[in-house]
Design a protein around this ligand. Sequence first.
Ligand code: AHG
Ligand code: MN
Ligand code: MN
Length: 333
Amino acid sequence: MTDSMDQRPIITVQQYILREQQNFPGVSGEFSWLLSGITLATKMIQAKVRRAGLSDILGAEATVNVQGEVQQRLDLYANSALLHCLGVRDSVGVLASEENDKPIVLRASAGAKYAIVFDPLDGSSNIDVNVSVGTIFSILRRTEASMVEGGDPLEGLLQPGYKQIAAGYVVYGSSTILVYTTGRGVHGFTLDPSVGAYVLSHEHIRMPEKGKYYSINEAYRDTFPGHYGQYIDSLRQQKYASRYVGSLVADFHRTLLKGGVFLYPPTTDHPHGKLRLLYEANPVAFIAEQAGGSATNGTTRILDVQPDSIHQRTPLILGSQYEMSQFAKFQPK
Ligand code: AHG
Ligand code: MN
Ligand code: MN
């Protein structure tokens, strides 16, 4: 089937996943059914984002989440959309969200073999000013011990990022784009509102080996460990430009497509970094590596970090091969 304006075939994300699964026997159709829960929720979220100024979805609730952050109405809407759409997928046993203090056990049975961790609305501070925001998700396989009769359903939820079986994000920007990886490359799909489907638009995304942007909140520069400032100065001397949106999904999506480096270092306010390991750093680190880039917490590969808690924070430095090799040279000995 081809679009009259464009001779490219229309391949939806569901078709792409099913085609991928045919190449890899043993990967059951459960994953495509699970992913359809995420794509449905993000279509509901993007519909609210696109009409935010026209419906009573802007602004803050009186509630504060476990992070101590005032919850935006859209945070809560996005969270409920994902909890609902994923809650009806029988293969999902446990959900954990930035907006929920504790993980949610949907089903303890062995059939519910996936755990999904997500940031329902990333970039909340940008919602009211019409700047790109997003949704980030990470899919883990639950451990056998967590699914046995009488076992702790949450056992094994705290897995290092290299155990992710899939990760992705949706950026609600000038268009709505879903980017995901299952460990076999990174692929992007643009939501075509005329058909209401995510259509393949960026197959096998590769991060350029070198970019021209660095992305960091320079307001906190004086509180970064000293070598971060020295590194940024070296990039400035190499004529890099600065880009910082303040929504991780937007800053990451640009870095993925254009190359360069994104940093959220330790600061006085956040000595362990601000970004959350399980549902911000791990998913984007998995995608960055699959696209040819890399991601560290400043000393260790993000995907090797053993989490201690669901909402654990981490410094995050990720980007192209050149910029990451340059960063390594500034590491204190
Ligand atoms: P969230 O809206 O889910 O809390 O995430 C916001 C994060 C991330 O999107 C962004 O990179 C970072 O906060 C920006 O932090 P600063 O405003 O401190 O730069
Ligand atoms: Mn976030
Ligand atoms: Mn969020």
